[in-house]
Every structure is written in C-alpha cells, then in structure tokens.
Design a protein around this ligand. Structure first.
Ligand code: ZN
Length: 183
C-alpha cells in the first residue's frame, strides 16, 4: 500500500490548472490505485490529483462503496435548483463550511477503459463531483464562501496550519479523520 502525502492549503499546486490525461497508461492506473488508498486512509470521499502533488486532470470519488474514476471530467449540465451543505477538504483539515451548489449535475469524463462516460449525479455525489472538478482547476471550496465566512475559516486555518510545517499531511493506515464528506 502506498499512501501519498496530501498537499495542504498554501501549497501552490492546489491553485494550478491541471493537464488533461491523453491516455490511460500504467502510470495513471497506479496513481488511481494509490489515490484510492490515500483517500481511504484519510476517510475521504473524494481526492483530486493536485491534492497529492500531481498535475494530471484526474480525481477519484467513492461514496457508499461506489467508485468513480474521473479523467478529464467536466460538468455538462447542472440543475438550477441549488442546496447548501457542509463541506470539508482533505487539503484543509478540520475546516468546514456550508457551500451552495447545484443539487444535480451530469459529469462527462473518460474512464479507465479510455471510454467517454456521462454520469448523472445528485445530492452528495453531485456535490463531491463538483468539489473535485473544482480542484482540477485550482479552485477550493472556500472560494465559494462569502467574504465574511471565508475570512473566518482562513483565520481558523492560520491557527491550524502550523501542524503542517512542510505543507503536506502524511497519513498512516487507519488514521481516523474527524468528520464526513471530505474531499
Ligand atoms: Zn477538497
């Protein structure tokens, strides 16, 4: 098992645009496997490549045992109905805030067979897809917050970030992260 170090807020790679995946290579397959292992160890439900220091446009999601590998994903349709729910992020540990997003989306992506798939999603799955796709464009959930709330969570992060002097979170198997719905 290979657990990848998770980049935390402040690391420039979290703010960079990713590079589309041209084809599914053994390197991509190995990265996907390691990302699932890392996400499980962190008790997350989603993980995007920049969070593990990589530039591929690739994210993994797993909710209630259903696994999704998203290569070059994009939201091709979104409901006008939106909802607010609490989000967290493996790259901003212990920080949570309500984010408003469309309730349902359809995501187009390439799967591990190199096939284009369209995945309709709603509620938590839709939220997680949107959170991960944001990561692939250098965007974090805190960017969706109003100015006041954003300032509040950044102040909290100022107190927490000293726990990660190297800018990365190193996981150990079975680490028990605190809350649900983290991507
Ligand atoms: Zn995240």
């Amino acid at each position: 098992m290979t657990l990848l170090p998770i980049q935390v807020l402040g690391q420039p790679i979290l703010r960079q645009e990713t590079v589309p995946v041209a084809q599914v290579t053994p390197t991509i397959r190995a990265l996907v496997e390691q990302m699932f292992e890392t996400m499980h160890a962190a008790n997350g439900i989603g993980l995007a490549a920049p969070q593990v220091g990589r530039t591929e446009r690739l994210a993994v999601v797993e909710i209630e045992g259903a696994r999704y590998v998203l290569l070059n994903p994009e939201v091709i349709a979104a409901s006008t109905e939106t909802a607010k729910a609490e989000e967290g992020c493996l790259s901003i540990p212990e920080v949570f805030a309500d984010v408003e997003r469309p309730v349902s989306v359809t995501v187009r992506a390439m799967d591990l067979d190199g096939q284009t798939v369209e995945i309709p999603a709603s509620d938590l799955l839709a939220r997680c897809f949107q959170h991960e796709i944001d990561h692939l464009h250098g965007k974090l959930f805190i960017d969706h917050l109003g100015m006041f709330k954003r300032r509040q969570v950044l102040a909290k992060w100022e107190r927490l970030k000293g726990d990660y002097p190297t800018g990365v979170r190193t996981l150990t198997p079975g680490e028990d992260a605190a809350r649900s719905a983290k991507g």
